[in-house]
Write a protein that binds this ligand. Structure first.
Ligand code: PEP
Ligand code: MN
Length: 466
């Protein structure tokens, strides 16, 4: 395994308190014996014990049957018969879990999916980095401002963003708030996508409330085409009941293993463990060590699993991860989310794809064009250039075309709001806009316009790749 800069060290391997959730299944607690990185050091053991106990008895956020459906959908994508669109905040916050913001994000993902479906004539699997994306890996344990050093912000599930000692304490009761915020977010998503709002016949209304700009105008034209096609089919007698609802899946990085373990339940149908905190869980670039806790824990749950693969990943690492996470070579089980950086992708990805493919394994390949392209703007903001992001997407499509493999998905940090966090786009954002429009507490997101623009560009590349 390649040496990762933030791999587990004795100092960031705090004593993990051992209180398990009620789901008993052989091996589910094996991770507690392994090196682990990026975990909190909870301030109060009693609050920790009470929180874990409660999480062990609350209802699941997602159902095993839904998780199984997703695995089948992802298997389709791995075979080139569907495309995965996964998007949302870098870090969700409790404060921003409002109806307006959640619905803007869902609408934007639905709009992007329509653009992709229509442009590439392919079913699109819609998935939010939503309803659970509350834990963040950090490159440093501490943060220093004006000579004051405090613990780094690790996501709302661990501590607060506000730079005070009280807020930065690792407070285990936040796991309960994360659970309840996930539940209300998911409730709204389910209402939107099952309650008629996402009916494809309302494709125009998703654009309402967003200001006029080039990507919106293009979307309006596409929505008119879809309307016309639907009206034509309706006059021919077609039945459109299937358009009324949309499948939408929830995903997050399974970083905080206390939380993931406590929400793991044994499915009464199959007798197997499912992590019911979300449908799809991924392992981050900093925690994908083969013999470490995260890979071990996720190897033991039935959910479809993703792994982020950065530019230092060797083909041997990838093959070992397949053996550990998908020993039975189960279609849809394993997704590799590559995040190489625009500068590296054309050089690094071919060897991985070639060796994985010639091993006979079939994974779903997804591009995350965000995390390998983070830079600091001259005025000091963490940002990304839209052009670099798009260049990585193009590189991803080129490599898969050359290898004869399917570029099966797009993973982006985006929002439905009009923020200014990434530079560029057709209606360009410049660094001055950050002063008033930068809201992210972690990585910079594509705003609504940039997200739509990206969907059009990816739809074009996808249509050509088939
Ligand atoms: C993320 O997805 O926000 C993230 C931290 O990604 P990575 O693990 O790829 O760095
Ligand atoms: Mn991020």
């Amino acid at each position: 395994m390649t040496d990762l800069s933030t791999a587990a060290t004795p100092t960031d391997n705090p004593t993990v308190l051992t209180v398990s959730g009620p789901a008993e299944y052989p091996g589910l607690d094996e991770w507690r014996n392994l090196p682990i990185s990026q975990q909190p050091t909870w301030a109060d053991p009693d609050v920790y014990a009470a929180s874990i106990k409660e999480l062990g008895s609350v209802p699941p956020l997602v159902f095993a049957g839904e998780v199984d459906v997703l695995r089948e959908r992802l298997a389709q994508a791995a075979q080139g018969k569907a495309f995965l669109l996964q998007g949302g905040d870098c870090a969700e916050t409790f404060e921003a879990a409002t109806a307006d913001r959640i619905s803007a994000r869902v609408k934007t993902i639905l709009q992007m999916a329509v653009v992709l479906t229509y442009g590439a004539s392919l079913p699109v699997i819609k998935m939010g980095r939503m309803a659970g994306q509350f834990a963040k890996p950090r490159s440093s344990n501490d943060e220093t401002r004006d000579g004051v050093t405090l613990p780094a912000y690790r996501g709302d599930i661990v501590n607060g963003y506000e730079f005070t000692p009280e807020s930065r304490r690792h407070d285990a009761s936040r796991m309960l708030r994360a659970y309840h915020t996930s539940a209300s977010t998911l409730n709204l998503i389910r209402a939107f996508t099952q309650g008629g709002f996402a009916d494809l016949r309302a494709v125009h209304t998703w654009n309402r409330g967003f200001t006029a700009n080039p990507a919106h105008a293009r979307y309006e034209t596409l929505a008119k085409d879809i309307d016309r096609a639907i009206k034509f089919m309706a006059s021919c007698g077609a039945d459109f009941d299937a358009l009324k609802t949309v499948e939408f899946f929830a995903s997050h990085e399974a970083l905080l293993l206390d939380y993931e373990r406590a929400l793991t339940r044994i499915d009464s149908r199959t007798g197997l463990p499912y992590d019911t905190s979300g449908h799809f869980l991924w392992i981050g670039e900093r925690t994908r060590g083969l013999d470490q806790a995260h890979v071990d824990f996720l190897s033991r749950v039935r959910n479809p699993i993703g792994v982020k693969l950065g530019p230092t990943t060797s083909a041997e690492d990838a093959l070992a991860l397949i053996d550990k996470l998908d020993p039975n070579r189960e279609p849809g089980r394993l997704t590799f989310i590559t995040r190489m950086g625009a500068k590296n992708i054309r050089e690094k990805l071919p060897d991985l794809v070639e060796k994985v493919t010639s091993s006979g394994a079939r994974v779903l390949w997804v591009t995350d064009p965000m995390h390998g392209n983070t830079v600091t703007s001259p005025n000091g903001y963490k940002t990304r250039n839209f052009d670099d992001v798009m260049d990585e997407v193009r590189g991803f499509f080129e490599v898969h075309r050359d290898q004869g493999t399917f570029p099966g998905g797009l993973h982006v940090e985006m929002t439905g709001d009009d923020v200014a966090e990434c530079l560029g786009g057709a209606d360009p954002i410049d660094q001055e806009a950050f002063l008033t429009g930068y809201e992210s507490v972690c990585d910079p997101r594509l705003n609504h316009k940039q997200s739509l623009e990206m969907a059009f560009l990816v739809a074009g590349a996808l249509a050509h790749s088939r």
